[in-house]
Write a protein that binds this ligand. Structure first.
Ligand SMILES: [Zn+2]
Length: 378
């Protein structure tokens, strides 16, 4: 067999390989120590049971997240399915009898540049496509403005601050395509209520293309780069923040993936940063998601935090976009975390948050945002 990972979003280093077994490791993010995202392609005779062992799994950013995790595989890059995966002795072992000669294996279903370009091109027929900044590696961070740019109220949607969380981009894809539907009565109602949407489907295209887990090309974790009274270190956050200052922000929706949880959960801004007027709105969003999704779960509490800092109280100036924007613009903010693992929804929707489920979640998020935005106006 042959194993390749030298392609967009690819990440795996082959250490040892024979006909039926390979030992691999995951490469750390560019200029940073994070790692967990993997994506590689195997070619060889069909019908043979092969074993792929990821030898450095126990030192990944969230090692406890491997428990109960099953890798995804695909023959055609479009249809993905879970394969037998075990985490024992600090190593991940994937066993699979491929029915075809070429099979991709990944941490989650990748979302690639061609999909993003199609999304932006489709949405630009209705919204306004804007170039925000060129990254250190020459990629464009772009956004679509839906509704009137002169609107009084601005909803910002940011996705994929963390490079290796493609579920976030499927989610924003669903959200943006709904906003591009001029026939949708709720969307029309939002635009008529003088609300515009500023949607950035991928704020970290370098890190995404490199197959990073979290960082951009320079090794910066973008969702720790929003610090009070400190200039952002990354050009990506710096440019978005400048634009926010120019345009204003009335709501921030920041979309992520969570390695460990088997469900959807929400990260609220630090309580001290939430104004009394925004508190009920924050709670309303939580109850919206809780009421609608069997996959909803509470803020996870881990037995063994990956990093000692995870167990400490979070500071108000966390560097997270939701905290910064809540502080600076005094508006509601929210992170949604979608799972890498197969989700237990209800009897009929096991593994319901693969891409189609993330897209549907994004579409439904428009309703959650509408509740908050229209409530503010009443
Ligand atoms: Zn994230």
């Amino acid at each position: 067999m042959r194993i390749e990972a030298d392609f967009e979003c690819g990440n795996a280093v082959v250490e040892r390989i024979s006909d039926l077994e390979a030992q691999l490791s995951i490469r750390a993010d560019s200029n940073a120590k994070f790692y967990q995202w993997f994506y590689f392609r195997v070619t060889g005779e069909a019908g043979l049971l092969r074993t792929f062992q990821i030898t450095n799994a126990s030192a990944a950013s969230y090692p406890h997240a491997w428990n109960g995790y099953r890798a995804l595989a695909s023959y055609n890059g479009t249809d993905w399915f879970r394969v037998q995966t075990q985490y024992t002795g600090g190593k991940i072992t994937i066993r699979h009898r491929a029915a075809q000669t070429s099979t991709a294996y990944a941490f989650f279903v990748p979302y690639v540049e061609a999909q993003r370009e199609q999304l932006l091109a489709d949405c630009a027929k209705v919204g306004e496509r804007r170039h925000i900044v060129t990254t250190p590696n020459g990629r464009a961070v772009e956004m679509i403005v839906f509704g009137k740019p002169t609107a009084k109220n601005k909803v910002w949607v940011i996705s994929r601050q963390h490079a290796g969380e493609p579920m976030a981009e499927y989610c924003v894809d669903g959200l943006m395509r709904r906003l591009a539907d001029e026939q949708d009565p709720l969307v029309k109602q939002l635009f008529d209520a003088d609300i515009a949407f500023y949607c950035i489907p991928n704020i970290n295209p370098d890190g995404t293309a490199f197959g990073n887990l979290r960082a951009n090309a320079e090794g910066i974790d973008l969702n720790r780069d929003w610090k009070q009274y400190v200039e952002p270190k990354s050009v990506e956050v710096g440019a978005v923040l400048k634009l926010m200052e120019a345009e204003g922000v009335d709501f921030l929706y920041d979309i992520h993936g969570d390695e460990a949880s088997q469900y959807v959960w929400l990260v609220q801004p630090h309580a001290e940063l939430v104004t009394p007027e925004n508190k009920p709105l924050q709670e309303r969003m939580e109850s919206f998601v809780r009421g609608r999704y069997a996959e909803y779960g509470p803020d996870p509490v881990y037995d063994l935090p990956a990093n000692p800092s995870d167990s400490l109280p979070k500071p108000t100036d966390s560097g997270m976009a939701i905290d910064y924007v809540a502080w600076r613009f005094k508006c509601p903010t929210l992170i949604v975390e979608l799972p890498f693992k197969d989700t237990i929804g209800d009897d009929t929707t096991i593994d319901s948050l693969q891409p189609a489920g993330c897209i549907a979640f994004g579409r439904n998020s428009v309703e959650m945002i509408a509740e908050v935005m229209l409530a503010q106006k009443n």
